[in-house]
Design a protein around this ligand. Sequence first.
Ligand code: HEC
Length: 194
Amino acid sequence: MSNQNSGLVAVWVAGGLLVAVGAYTMIPPPKATAPVQTIKDIMDSTVDPAGDFLFESIQDIADDKGVRRKQPTTDADWAAVRKRLMDLYDAPTALTAPGRKAAGPDDRSAAPGVENEPWETQVLLDSQHPILVQKAEALKQAAALGLKAADARDVDGLFKAIVTIDHACESCHLHFWYPRDKRAQAAAREEGVE
Ligand code: HEC
């Protein structure tokens, strides 16, 4: 007990000294820091690789041996699927963190005129945060469906979840990233993306 008390005093003294030094040398108070990773970074490092892995996890492969279905079968296959689903389940929290930027100051669209430039996306992100939260939540729910299917080793359930994940990606992109892309809009309507 007495040890704990002296520990607290030591911390308090150290804090007091820091404040005194800070005041003397006029160190500005620390600002709340904005997240460093951009949405583009999170897409490139986590969301897109997870999406690619999952979209390829169930496939009909046609070759000279005929048509066969590729799907997760072993424990290791299912564990790998589960890991990518967890990435997508967790990403929405990061994507919607306050202050999260679309992309870096030097980033430019690869398809200007069709895609938004990052600063155009930024205007939407800043003015329509609740819609971002809603679209991110849709990705989380789709990933949750996938996790349930993975736990049950349910290939059909996983396939349905993957389609829902694909729609969640597209729905957010159509709103924030390429809202002018008429072809993507038409394709999304056909697939029932909301
Ligand atoms: C909640 C919104 C949201 C969801 C959900 C979302 N994205 Fe994105 N994504 C964005 C935004 C915004 C950008 C544009 C960032 C920029 O300005 O470069 C983007 C950009 C991308 C890019 C381009 C990255 C680059 O280097 O230019 C890829 C690839 C991508 N997303 C893949 C995916 C995939 C795959 C999914 C689903 C598994 C997904 N995204 C889900 C918002 C989202």
